[in-house]
Design a protein around this ligand. Structure first.
Ligand SMILES: Cc1cc2nc3c(=O)[nH]c(=O)nc-3n(C[C@H](O)[C@H](O)[C@H](O)COP(=O)(O)O)c2cc1C
Length: 188
C-alpha cells in the first residue's frame, strides 16, 4: 500500500465484520507501532490487549456508567450531548469490534500524551496496511474502579492513554471533510 492509499484507508472504523483478529497479528502491529518517534527514545508506552468481545462489552458498560455518573454530578458536563446515546442499551462504545488495545504509560511522565499519541498513529497505520480498521475511542478510557484497573493489569501509577479498537472493517467510509489548514504566519 503506498502512502496516499494508506492515508485514505486509515479511517475511524465503527462497523466491523464478526471475525476475530489473531493475537499474532495484534503483536505484529504493536511491533510496527513502536517505531514511532518518542521523547529521548525512552519508550514509556506499554500495552493491554483485550481480545474478547464479551470482556469489551463489560468494559463498555462500565465506561457508560462512569460517564453517566459524571453527567449526573455535573449537568453542565461537555459529555451531556452523549447522554441519550449512553443510555441506549444497544450502544457499545467499542462498536462491537473484536479487539481493543489500551496504550498506557506512567501518569507522571512529562511526554506521556505526545509519545502515546504518536504511537497510536503508527498503530492505526500499521493496522490499515494489514487490511484492518481501527478507531481511537476516548469514551473507552473512563475506567476509575481500582479493581477493574488491577484486573486489566494496569500497573500502579499508570494511566490509560489511548483505547484503540481493532478489527476487519465491513466498509471503509470516505474521509470526513477537513477544513483548510490555518497557517497563521509564514516567516521568511
Ligand atoms: C483523541 C481521539 C479521541 C477519539 N474518541 C472517539 C470516541 O470516543 N468515539 C468515536 O467514535 N470516535 C472517536 N475518535 C475518532 C474521531 O472521531 C475520528 O478520528 C474523526 O472523526 C476523523 O475521522 P477519521 O479518523 O476517519 O479521519 C477519536 C479520535 C481521537 C484522535
Amino acid at each position: 500500500m503506498d502512502y496516499k492509499e494508506l492515508m485514505e484507508k486509515r479511517r475511524a472504523i465503527r462497523d466491523y465484520e464478526d471475525r476475530d483478529v489473531p493475537l499474532d497479528v495484534v503483536r505484529e502491529i504493536i511491533n510496527d507501532s513502536i517505531k514511532a518517534p518518542n521523547a529521548g527514545n525512552r519508550q514509556i508506552w506499554s500495552f493491554i490487549i483485550v481480545n474478547s468481545k464479551a470482556r469489551m462489552k463489560e468494559l463498555s458498560d462500565l465506561n457508560k456508567k462512569t460517564v453517566l455518573a459524571g453527567i449526573e454530578a455535573n449537568p453542565n458536563s461537555p459529555m451531556k450531548v452523549y447522554e441519550p446515546m449512553l443510555r441506549n442499551d444497544d450502544y457499545n462504545v467499542f462498536y462491537n469490534a473484536p479487539c481493543l488495545v489500551y496504550i498506557v504509560g506512567p501518569a507522571k511522565a512529562a511526554t506521556l500524551a505526545p509519545d502515546c499519541a504518536l504511537l497510536a498513529a503508527y498503530f492505526m497505520l500499521a493496522a490499515t496496511e494489514r487490511g484492518l480498521g481501527t478507531c481511537w475511542v476516548a469514551q473507552g478510557g473512563f475506567i476509575r474502579d481500582p479493581e477493574i484497573l488491577k484486573e486489566l493489569g494496569l500497573p500502579e501509577g499508570y494511566q490509560l492513554v489511548a483505547p484503540i479498537i481493532l478489527g476487519y472493517p465491513k466498509t471503509i467510509p470516505p474521509m470526513p471533510e477537513r477544513n483548510a489548514p490555518k497557517i497563521l504566519k509564514v516567516l521568511s
